[in-house]
Design a protein around this ligand. Structure first.
Ligand code: HEC
Length: 234
């Protein structure tokens, strides 16, 4: 009987003993290493001593975040993709739009692979508004939900890529920003495909490595050359 009572008493004492007045504390912990790693870890509140929970808590640090945001102006390290990790320098203003049109060019070489990637993105994210041929007659436009989407090969025929990028970044008129859906590289890829549509959907000619052959301008000059030579010589 006495033994049983003592045992009961010990149990209750152990139970109560694990209660601590701090409501944030789980009380007495058996082998705290099992719950709290001694190694520094992200998202752990270092206001607390990981070994002595509740005992040596530094209140001033207690509610501070331990995983910090990167310092302002930090640029993600992206190895050879660095050109696609830079912050966008042009503000979302008319001046910013114009400056992007005049000064922003793609860091991505035009290749068959990039255009094809761009086409894939276009068919997923843009076609329902801009239409298969980029004439502004996608399904949403036909339904009458969004009207007046400009045609790439007409109204937007000479739109510089910097303006396109700016409009994908911030949105324009009824077109929302696509910055959260497309990485910088994907934006330039889809722009390469939009440029094909600006050109009436005609793909450029590629060499055997999938690089764009020099534009027809050269062919035109070649054709014009004999004439020019003729005139100079004659
Ligand atoms: C919700 C329909 C919609 C979607 C989706 C959409 N656009 Fe647009 N887009 C528009 C409209 C409307 C305009 C005309 C905006 C204006 O000038 O007011 C436009 C304009 C543009 C322009 C011309 C911007 C300029 O600077 O004049 C480009 C380039 C463009 N879109 C590319 C894209 C690409 C690429 C995608 C897919 C990633 C896309 N759009 C998705 C509706 C859309």
């Amino acid at each position: 009987m006495l033994l049983k009572n003592t045992f009961l008493f010990l149990c209750v004492a152990a139970l109560l003993g694990s209660c601590i007045s701090d409501e944030n504390s789980p009380g007495l912990e058996y082998m705290p290493d099992m719950y709290r790693s001694p190694a520094i870890e992200a998202y752990v509140d270092y206001g607390m001593d990981p070994y002595h929970f509740g005992e040596s808590q530094v209140d001033s640090l207690n509610s501070r975040m331990s995983a910090r945001k990167p310092a302002q102006g930090s640029i993600a390290y992206m190895g050879d993709q660095m050109a696609f990790g830079m912050p966008y320098p042009y503000p979302n203003t008319t001046e910013g739009y114009e400056a992007a049109g005049a000064g922003l060019t793609s860091p991505l070489p035009t290749t068959q692979a990039n255009i094809e990637e761009g086409q894939e993105i276009y068919e997923i994210m843009c076609i329902h508004c801009h239409g298969e041929e980029g004439k502004g007659n996608g399904t949403i436009s036909k339904n009458g939900h969004i009207e007046g989407i400009p045609s790439y090969s007409e109204k937007l025929k000479d739109l510089p890529e910097g303006n396109m990028y700016h409009s994908i970044q911030y949105g324009k008129g009824l077109m929302g920003s696509h910055a959260s859906q497309l990485s910088q590289k994907e934006r330039w890829q889809v722009i390469q495909y939009v440029q094909v549509l600006q050109n009436g959907g005609t793909m450029p000619e590629f060499d055997e490595n999938g690089n764009v052959m020099e534009p027809k301008a050269d062919a035109a000059t070649d054709a014009a050359e004999p004439d020019a030579d003729d005139t100079t010589q004659g």
